[in-house]
Design a protein. Sequence first.
Length: 277
Amino acid sequence: METKTKQLKKDLLTWYTNNKRSFSWRNTNDPWKILLIEIISQQTQINRADTYYQKFIKRFPTPESMSKSSLKTILKMWSGLGYNNRAKRLYESSKLLAEQGFEGIYPNFEILPGVGPYTKNAILSFAYGDNVLAVDTNLQRIIIRYFGIDNTKDYLREYSDLLLESIKSEDLNQAFMDFGSSICTSSNTKCDICPLEKNCKKYFVNSKNSIKKFKGSNRELRGKIIKLLIEENQISIKEVEKKTKEDVSKIITAINGLQNDGLLKIRKNNIIEIISN
């Protein structure tokens, strides 16, 4: 396993040197820019995420600039990305960072709303050069298929140090991301042009998690309600029913969820509005 791990690292970095993708946020060690693209790109195709990133970084070049804005403004700019909770958490993070700064909370970035182990390590690796692995689905998928194992937890516990030995963690983390996005993809894998193929176990694990349909889902309805509130500031539940043509019970469920997530509040007479600062 040790020899094969070294070979994986060598082949992956060689591929990355010749095939790495070019993005503006890959040429910076600004932790705010790293946080911004990592939050935006969650569950979003990277090219689409990059378009939104350019828009956000132009409007909010620092956490301080975003913290002085409003949740409604952030949600309006976020429109089309989905999962509006991400926008709310990004906004909340900007307020915390405006007070303490990145240096004030380093290395404990998991205290920022919406930042988990992957995003924390991405900031540590890309912005600070710390020797850590940013473990995302791309890395996990490559490791599972290459070594023929069912999960990566035990493997990474034993071999993370070897993977990170004598290299820049930033290069390896980006290599896993790019390779998993273009060659060792979740579907339509390009094994015929894969430089790891001769040593790969080709262990494909069928996902037990079915992809939830977006059309007609609660998530779609939540997005419609947020869009209405961005356009009209306040709106009655009756008006939401009229404009969305959805069953009122589904609307109430969606509104309660948005309220629980801190995205809106219900006023008297069943009037709803986005929570202000």
